[in-house]
Ligand binder design. Structure first.
Ligand SMILES: Cc1cc2nc3c(=O)[nH]c(=O)nc-3n(C[C@H](O)[C@H](O)[C@H](O)COP(=O)(O)OP(=O)(O)OC[C@H]3O[C@@H](n4cnc5c(N)ncnc54)[C@H](O)[C@@H]3O)c2cc1C
Length: 474
């Protein structure tokens, strides 16, 4: 295990070393064009079947702020900015429809965010917990304030340990978190079996203030609210080019926007606009859903409490139980997460690859929850996330005129933090970002990724070597 871990670190160092070849390979290596496929995830298909995207932008317009991307990041930025600056002209440009990206396709777990590597020390760990906890409070407050019909609850999520030693070590982590005032607690193996039907775990950390949010429902329900607040929303409007300057020009298929400030809220797709190509790369993740299960089905599975769980492996498996009785499950297999050569942003797998991903997910689910073995899978989809080498998130402002705002690099724990991002970017834009200073995502640096073909090769090696190992912190 230790040898594999060292190999993983060596691969990361090799990635950094080959990153110096950007000037050569970055020009030669092929880059796929922007591809955004239709969202057919359960969250969108079953819960927002009547949603119709707004018409595209036709013609030219002038704006104070133009936001590119209609996921959590773009929508939360539009929400907070339009409340803070009601007189400014804010437009949001989305390539397809709100919630078409990871926001409307994810595992649905609404989590606190902790630094992906080791602890940053008590002070920062506590602050990060508080920031993400308030982020969830804000999501719930927005739902209440505007009476949105959105499925959202906070009945707790677990990180399950699949190895007795790591489960033992988790006691110390719980103690540490409790010393910071974080109300997490340890759940023993017997309780896991009894309350979750989980048979392959040795214990878990319960985060009782985490929960679940239907992202597609949330951002789509917010469209009329944003429009009432004066935001102009153009869907079916991919931005093809960003021309920087004191006034930034955005080129779309049938029009253009000239804006004083622009927000990149495009996460895994950001490289296609020419930004963060050496920082964030798109990874395609598979998810499936079972159900809707009857109360008898749930009884047979043994899942009686809690919104969801994830395991402790780098190739993370995660699952949630929706209020309406669906079981959503993702990851848990090398085949369930893919990187497409040339930064592919849409899944291009054939039937054989899809079947392999599905079989991998089912195998893990059946090992974890044997009671689910006979339940049929009713839906299978993919989503694109944006990964950085250190799995850190990047928020800030850049450009010669300091007018290009960004919040990118959200991978597994993005639901809460992308919603916090809207507040962070609004404060940055307003010039009073002091409450966020010192947090590890604001103006964070990143380890450069290698260009192709090293990127593809590195990913293949990394996922084979490190994927089945435990994640380093949790
Ligand atoms: C399969 C999967 C499971 C996940 N599970 C969880 C989970 O359980 N819990 C958790 O916390 N996080 C989870 N995540 C992560 C989380 O969903 C993301 O971090 C988060 O949704 C990112 O939101 P975003 O708004 O930044 O990006 P996105 O939701 O991807 O939104 C970006 C938007 O920008 C649009 N766009 C892109 N390029 C352009 C362009 N050039 N012009 C116009 N529009 C453009 C896209 O169409 C898209 O709608 C998961 C992600 C995936 C993919």
């Amino acid at each position: 295990m230790e040898a594999m871990r060292w190999l993983g670190r060596a691969l990361t160092m090799a990635a950094q070393a080959t990153a110096v070849t950007w000037t050569v390979w970055g020009r030669i290596a092929p880059e796929r064009p922007l591809e955004i496929d239709e969202n057919d995830a359960l969250w969108a298909a079953a819960y927002t079947p009547d949603y119709r995207p707004n018409p595209p932008l036709r013609g030219a317009l002038r704006a104070d702020v133009a936001i590119i991307g209609g996921g959590f990041t773009g929508v939360s930025t539009a929400y907070h900015m339009s409340r803070r600056f009601p007189d400014r002209r804010i437009v949001l440009l989305e390539a397809r429809s709100l919630g078409n990206g990871a926001t409307g396709r994810n595992g649905g777990m609404m989590l606190h965010w902790l630094p992906p590597e080791e602890s940053l020390g008590p002070e920062l760990d506590r602050r990060i917990y508080q920031v993400t906890d308030q982020g969830m409070d804000t999501i719930q407050a927005i739902i209440r304030r505007h009476r949105l019909d959105v499925s959202c609850r906070r009945d707790g999520c677990l990180t399950v340990f699949t190895d007795p030693r790591r489960a033992e070590e988790a006691h110390a982590e719980v103690e540490y978190r409790r010393s910071l005032g974080i109300p997490d607690r340890f759940v023993d193996r017997e309780t896991l079996e009894r309350e979750l039907g989980f048979q392959a775990g040795y214990g878990a950390i319960l985060d009782p203030r985490a929960g679940q949010l239907n992202g597609a429902q949330y951002v789509r329900a917010l469209r009329p609210v944003l429009q009432d607040q004066g935001v102009e929303i153009y869907e079916q409007t991919p931005v093809y080019r960003v021309d920087e300057g004191r006034i930034i020009r955005l080129v779309t298929p049938q029009g253009e926007v000239r804006a004083d400030a622009v927000v990149l809220a495009t996460n895994g797709y950001t490289g296609k606009l020419g930004y963060f190509r050496d920082a964030v790369f798109p990874v395609i993740a598979h998810v499936m859903a079972l159900g809707p299960l009857t109360p008898e089905d749930w009884e047979a599975v043994g899942w009686r409490r809690w919104a969801g769980y994830n395991d402790d492996l780098d190739r993370i498996a995660y699952s949630t139980r929706t209020q309406e009785g669906y079981m959503v499950f993702g990851g848990g297999s090398r085949h369930a997460v893919e990187y497409i050569f040339g930064n592919g942003t849409a899944y291009r797998g054939d039937a054989r690859r899809s079947a392999r991903a599905l079989a991998g997910m089912r195998r893990t689910l059946h090992r974890y929850l044997p009671g689910s073995r006979d339940l049929p899978v009713v839906s299978h989809w993919t989503g694109t996330l944006g990964l950085t080498l250190r799995r850190n998130v990047l928020m800030g402002v850049r450009g010669e005129y300091r007018n290009l705002y960004y919040a990118v690099g959200f991978s597994g724990h993005g639901v809460t933090l992308t919603n916090v991002a809207g507040e962070v970017l609004t404060d940055l834009y307003a010039g009073d970002d002091c409450r966020w200073r010192g947090l590890p995502f604001l103006f964070d640096s990143y380890s450069p990724l290698p260009p192709e073909p090293f990127r593809w090769l590195g990913y293949q090696l990394f996922t084979r070597v490190v994927g089945h190992l435990p994640r380093e912190r949790r």
